[in-house]
Design a binder for this molecule. Structure first.
Ligand SMILES: NC(=O)c1ccc[n+]([C@@H]2O[C@H](COP(=O)([O-])OP(=O)(O)OC[C@H]3O[C@@H](n4cnc5c(N)ncnc54)[C@H](OP(=O)(O)O)[C@@H]3O)[C@@H](O)[C@H]2O)c1
Length: 244
């Protein structure tokens, strides 16, 4: 398989790469080239057939990526990139709306459409383009200070689902919803377990959920939504206890 990872330099990306490396060709993208090179070496040690890194800013669109992969069939696109994943709403800068929107919505969606248009005959029901999109439980709740991040997650998932519905033979879409907080620069058992669960289930499941904490939040949210908003607000006061 040839696997394209957007946001490969994230810690979660690293866990996915370890899980998917064996026997596969990996195309790793992100802006942090030094980190991508380190992750590339790890992927090679984990048995990847070939690993290529692309220093790429999603704000600049998808053209450069498409040119770099010209003629290469992508079997699986894993999107872990997000410009807002670590920003609460008060930290969002309205002047950056273009950068956020390109990274968290436009470029990944345009890339999928362009891949389908560039090689329409390459994808069929036997060999579809598989897309894995990493979302958060916050996209399923009213979160008092993460509404912008949550809205981007909901919107991107909705567009990718729409593309999959329009091309049922050619596209298979799996959304992975994470319901636990992951530290950014440390690989924990949660990172590894998410990647393992995704690898085990993505061929057969359209939705994959990870995290007991997230399940409890969803359950309580049905019973008492204002309590959840309050809990999330309170948890934000301590960066250590930040929920997701
Ligand atoms: N951390 C959590 O608790 C949690 C919970 C639920 C879901 N998630 C999701 O899991 C994924 C990884 O999250 P994380 O917390 O590990 O975040 P992170 O460390 O901030 O990773 C974000 C990734 O997005 C890439 N990225 C950001 N802006 C970009 C741009 N303009 N162009 C290209 N790449 C860009 C970054 O790469 P470069 O810096 O190299 O550009 C990085 O690889 C995200 O989709 C996030 O929403 C995280």
């Amino acid at each position: 398989m040839t696997i394209l990872l957007l946001g490969a330099s994230s810690e979660l990306g690293r866990a996915f790469i370890q899980e998917f490396a064996s026997q596969n060709t990996l195309l790793l993208t992100g802006r942090d080239c030094t980190r991508l090179e380190i992750i590339k070496r790890e992927a090679e040690q984990a048995g990847a057939k070939e690993v290529r890194c692309f220093e790429h800013d999603l704000v600049s669109g998808s053209h450069a990526l498409l040119e770099a992969f010209q003629g290469q069939r992508i079997d699986l696109l894993i999107n872990l990139a997000s410009a807002t994943s670590n920003l609460s709403d008060p930290a969002i800068e309205p002047e950056q709306i273009e950068a956020y929107t390109r990274t968290d919505l436009l470029t990944p969606v345009e890339l999928v459409m362009a891949l389908l248009q560039a090689q329409p005959s390459a994808y069929n029901s036997d060999k579809p383009l598989r897309i894995m999109f990493i979302s958060s439980v916050l996209a399923m709740l009213h979160s008092p200070d993460r509404d912008i991040y949550a809205a981007y997650k909901r919107l991107q998932a909705a567009f990718l689902q729409r593309i999959a519905a329009l091309h049922p033979e050619q596209v298979r879409f799996t959304i992975i919803t994470i319901g636990t907080r992951l530290p950014r620069r440390e690989c924990t058992r949660h990172h590894r377990n998410i990647a393992r669960k995704a690898a085990r289930l993505y061929l057969t499941h359209d939705t994959i959920f990870y995290g007991f904490q997230g399940r409890m939040l969803l359950l309580l949210n049905q019973i008492c939504p204002w309590l959840i908003s309050g809990m999330i607000s309170l948890s934000r006061r301590s960066p250590k206890n930040r929920v997701f």
